[in-house]
Design a protein around this ligand. Structure first.
Ligand code: CO
Length: 209
């Protein structure tokens, strides 16, 4: 091994530590995964799903991208949702944003950032929908925090609008979509109280018969 030897050493220590408290841990996990949760979060290194929830491998199915976006045509994210809902039969989809998100920050300025501008434009759309509400706030910090929250709320709606989630509800599958936000400054999760459990709770425009 030429490089990053340290990381392999850390990995071996980690695996050893888990095995010392549960010798069959990896053997049991290698047979199947049975997570109850799908986490859709930001790629930010400070927001690791398993650590925040204090969960070992096997407990949570994870998809992360910049600013935890659920884009209607993102085959990557949609495939994760479909696999999680149809195959793993997870019960909860958690969209988790975080305060201080650099993706959200970048979407609030008028600079050019390269290729990523095409991704960030989805956040600008959220800003545009809620601009009156956001611009009514006094400080830049408050505006930034609110857009971080509103972005989560919009992504929760996007998850619910997928045919994947609506078909699962139609089939009587128990499935709840949650919107949470994480404080990188204190390590605490906040529920944004936008939990959706059935098609009656989504906009009429998006409801599939
Ligand atoms: Co972020």
């Amino acid at each position: 091994m030429r490089i990053l030897k340290q990381l392999f050493e850390q990995n071996q220590n980690w695996a050893r530590k888990i095995k010392s408290s549960d010798p069959d841990f990896f053997t049991k996990l290698s047979e199947q995964q049975n997570p109850e949760y799908l986490w859709i979060g930001c790629a930010d290194s400070r927001v690791p799903a398993n650590e925040i929830l204090d969960m070992l491998p096997g407990k949570i199915f994870v998809h992360r991208n910049i600013a935890n976006l659920v884009i209607h045509t993102d085959l990557n994210c949609l495939s994760v949702i479909q696999f999680a809902v149809d195959v793993l039969q997870i019960k909860h989809i958690i969209v988790c944003g975080h305060y201080g998100c650099s993706g959200i920050k970048a979407a609030m300025d008028n600079q050019e950032h390269g290729l990523i501008d095409n991704w960030l434009r989805n956040i600008k759309d959220v800003y545009r929908y809620y601009q009156e509400h956001i611009n009514a706030l006094n400080s830049e910090q408050e505006k930034f925090n609110l857009l971080c929250e509103l972005n989560v709320i919009e992504q929760v709606a996007n998850v619910c609008h997928t045919t994947i989630v609506q078909n699962a509800w139609k089939a009587g599958q128990e499935l709840t979509v949650h919107g949470w936000i994480y404080g990188i400054g204190d390590g605490i999760l906040k529920d944004l109280d936008v939990c959706v459990t059935c098609p009656d709770e989504i906009s009429q425009i998006h409801r599939i018969k």
